[in-house]
Write a protein that binds this ligand. Structure first.
Ligand code: BG6
Length: 487
């Protein structure tokens, strides 16, 4: 059982939305069932719908049952539901905040977390209205869901406006990948073992691949997705954060700023992809009808709330270079997409060949030492080494040293939101993005989008259930490499 946290009030804006229902309330329920949330804490769903408290609790319960299954226990749920309340607020209407402000007024000294799970265009308005209603106390924090803004300029404006109400130390910019157990484990592997550090550089590593593949399509988020696309939805945040953790220098400590300073240096060292580069170093894709694990699925353009002539990308592959002494000349290949063959998040480090082979050469696809760190669906670390094939002669074969982390620790990992929500209560900013990180990420992303427009680079179509457009294989193939699943 986890240690109990100080009593808090948590206010979930976008309280009837997908994220709150699928992730935040189940995460809070789990932390409550595990004894970490005090009975005096309160959780408010906040949205525009006319709902009574009882109706909101019924909705929340249905969501928890759907997403947690039998883990959502009747007795524990009934106890947890006593913490829940609902407040009808139109985010843009200052007068609507008064009732909630009055309800919270007597608890002004406890931790107060405003979680904004709304479009980022509302962040500044909500922050301003919270301040005007006198709801922002010294013990308040604001949590901003990604994507924060649409480009550098919009992100800067939001940061500036929210920054007029909350200090930087009170702003928690969420990227839920940073809360995943497996991502933490990546830090543990890199910085808890002396073994890897001497190998983690040019001259030892040939290239690195980062894949975040999803089987899901756009689900109920068509309108949001069509205005966003895979580059902004996944690369600007999740993939770049994974890249930072892979590539950063060892921080001097686990202090939030020590870690964030190192990630920022990576973001600032990314070689810009300007104009024509997009044609050779990026691939955009969009899925057409196909089948995923034997189930027929529609194409992107036939999903609900998608413009029939949409050119939004549902897949991106990129070649990324990092201009530092450690990484000069080592390409990082990133790809992500919806409706791909499998759900898979994987980091693959391909080490250099031996400088002088004395054994019969194995075929190129078998020749490499690989370190595969799998984050989803299961967590594992596999190191491929070459060993002697039994029998006569001296033929080498790749064999795996494989560690299944689920099997080894035999315990359920915390869901990313469980950890991150509790971190907001504890006041731990380590796993949240600082303003300058976000700015640096957008500064690298914006020219790619401009380049796509300038060169009218339309997405290439791929069949749902595949690994993306063939141009993605060609992108990495031009450098003489293959994606790990193609080996
Ligand atoms: C979200 C994206 O940030 O991450 C979604 O907006 C995506 O489009 C999701 O499906 C993937 O998260 P996970 O934790 O399921 O890998």
């Amino acid at each position: 059982m986890a240690a109990i946290l100080p009593t808090f009030d948590m206010l979930l804006f976008g309280g009837t939305g997908d994220l709150v229902t699928r992730k935040l309330l189940p995460a809070l329920y789990r932390r409550y069932a595990d004894g970490q949330v005090s009975e005096e804490s309160r959780i408010y769903g906040i949205a525009r719908s006319m709902l009574t408290r009882a109706e909101y609790i019924a909705q929340a319960e249905a969501g928890c049952r759907e997403f947690l299954g039998p883990e959502c226990n009747a007795q524990a749920w009934s106890n947890f539901s006593r913490l829940l309340d609902y407040s009808r607020i139109d985010a843009g209407s200052p007068a609507d905040y008064a009732v909630l402000a009055a309800a919270l007024a007597e608890r002004a000294d406890i931790v107060r977390v405003f979680f904004l799970s709304t479009a980022s265009t509302l962040f500044a308005t909500i922050a301003g209205n919270l301040a005007a209603a006198g709801m922002v106390t010294a013990a308040s924090r604001i949590v901003l869901e990604k994507p924060l803004g649409n480009d550098v300029a919009s992100a800067e404006l939001i940061n500036h406006q929210v920054g007029m109400v909350f200090s930087e130390g009170q702003i928690y910019r969420i990227d839920h990948y940073l809360g995943k157990e497996a991502v933490q484990n990546l830090m543990a592997v890199r910085f808890g073992n002396a073994l890897f550090e001497p190998l983690w550089r040019r001259g030892m590593i040939k290239h690195v691949q980062i894949t975040v593949a999803e089987e899901l399509g756009v689900e109920r988020r068509g309108e949001f997705y069509d205005n966003t696309g895979a580059l902004r939805d996944m690369v600007q945040n999740h993939l770049l954060q994974l890249l930072c953790i892979m590539a950063m220098e060892p921080p001097a400590s686990r202090d939030p700023d020590a870690v964030r300073d190192e990630k920022l240096k990576v973001l600032r060292a990314l070689r810009p992809l300007h104009a024509r580069d997009v044609l050779t170093k990026t691939v955009r894709g969009q899925y057409r009808a196909g089948s995923v694990h034997g189930v027929a699925v529609p194409g992107y353009l036939d999903e609900s709330d998608i413009a029939p002539d949409s050119t939004t990308e549902t897949f991106v592959a990129l070649k990324v270079e990092i201009d530092t002494w450690r990484w000069a000349g080592v390409p990082f290949y990133l790809r992500t997409g919806k409706r791909l063959q499998d759900r898979l998040t994987e980091l693959v480090v391909t080490f250099d060949d031996v400088p002088h082979p004395i054994f019969e050469k194995p075929p190129p696809s078998e020749a490499a030492n690989l370190l595969v760190i799998r984050l989803q669906p299961d967590e594992s670390i596999t190191l491929t080494i070459l060993a002697k094939n039994p029998g006569e002669g001296m033929r080498l074969k790749p064999v795996n040293l494989a560690l299944d982390l689920g099997e080894t620790f035999k315990t359920r990992s915390l869901d990313a939101y469980e950890r991150l929500l509790m971190d907001t209560v504890k006041g731990n900013l380590t796993l949240f993005m600082r303003r300058d990180e976000l700015d640096a990420a957008w500064r690298w992303i914006d020219p790619i989008i401009t380049g796509w427009h300038e060169y009218d680079d339309k997405p290439k179509s791929y069949i749902a259930g595949s690994w993306g457009p063939s141009a993605s294989s060609a992108l990495i193939g031009r450098d003489g490499f293959e994606w790990h699943d193609e080996l």
